[in-house]
Write a protein that binds this ligand. Sequence first.
Ligand SMILES: [Zn+2]
Length: 511
Amino acid sequence: MTRLLIEDCTLGGRSECSIYCEEGMVVRVTEGTGQTVPADTEVIDARGGVVFNGFVDSHCHPFEYGWLKRSVDLRGTTNITALRLRLTAGVQRANPGEWVTGMGWDQESFPGGAMPNRADIDDITPANPVVLSRICGHIALLNTKAIGDLGLETQAGVEYERNQAGALTGIVKEKALDDVFASLPRRGERSAADLQSAEAEAAKLGLTCLHCILSPEGYREELAALAALDSAGSLSLRYRVYIPPNAIDLVEEKGLRGKPGGGKVKINGVKIYADGSLGARTSALREPYSDEPTNSGILRYKDEELQQLVELVDSKGYQAIIHAIGDRAVEQAADALGRVTGAKNPRRHRIEHASLLPRDLRTKMLNYCIRATVQPMFITSDTWAVDRLGEDRVNDLYPIRSMLSEGIVASGGSDSPVESMSPILGMWASMTRGGSTPRESLAFEQALTLYTSNAESNGLEEPLGSVKEGVPANFTVLDSDTNGMHPALFRKVGVLATVVGGVVVHSYGAG
Ligand SMILES: [Zn+2]
């Protein structure tokens, strides 16, 4: 029997509460401390910290997080020289001929903001094929060896960027980039280790459940890793899994849906990409980019193709979640979903990011009962948003308060490894917005719903409501009482403990 007592915590505004749990369920919530419990009970002294139902990240890529940790980390580089230094170190660790992967550069941080080009890295990588993803993961830089090894020189189309002389620059985008990753050798071999490194980090940050998006190129190994770890009882957190469309056949064949090995993993739905990212200027806009008037971004599917895919996903009983950032992509996604949602959207189909969302599109989503996940940290990171969209359109970027108050069920996600997985930082960003468009700032209670009730609901669960007798013992215990706290201070709040199914999966001081 697993028993747990959380003592001296703040719950629903009341201090000095205690929560006693057995076998993963809350048995008793009492006021006052010092209650008698069986000797084998694990005790957490919350010292006045507040307890919430466990935080949920409703959009993240934990396998990519783990992969990033062992590839060349280019986040934070502010010029090509810095990028080259880190790449050189990565190449030195690799054998000749071995693929070198990296992630995290952002041309917006480089002087002048120009895209890097294969000539920037060819001289330091003569013997290794190299692919370096931009921070958004939607475009990447390849060196000449990689282009040669993959036979890309003769490829045509806007996804293979060419210079004015007609030569490939090394920048490859969107679906063409998926193909590049699909052809990398044995990337999936270390999937289990990658997941476990992400899970350890997520538990530390107070997360109890991840809406986990699998990759189009690595889903086989990722599904196998999830199933093996779950069956062995080795997973700490709960996973709601979203597969790429090309994985549907495998999941159906093997009967994986609804048959979780150890009970922590459930396959919920299918993730579809409608467009790219604003940072890479590949998200599909109704009007061209303000800082590139000949470009309106890239739609990955024709209207009828997306429609067919959505119908297939819906007819097989999956939840469809569509990545759509630009207003043109959101409109396309909403129209496709609207054909299958009916009045109530019983499968809870969602649009991921829904970043550029003017009122007419919010109304459309609401009419079709379409849900959304939002990534509040993007607001503080997209410092170039006004350049891309202009002063007017930027008012409709990440309008999270409007979405919630108009009735769209929106939940919060990190899009990790694009941003930190921390739900504390996500909530902080949704309340402060780095000072931009302050009228869209959330109140604390709204920020909390993004990572609790709305996230539970968007993950096909019933919202738990308050912590009370009979609910599952999934908690995030913070180290302070956040009641009445100034939003700017919230980012400093620590996680005292993370509890999943009555088991303490992280506690303060455990590293
Ligand atoms: Zn994502």
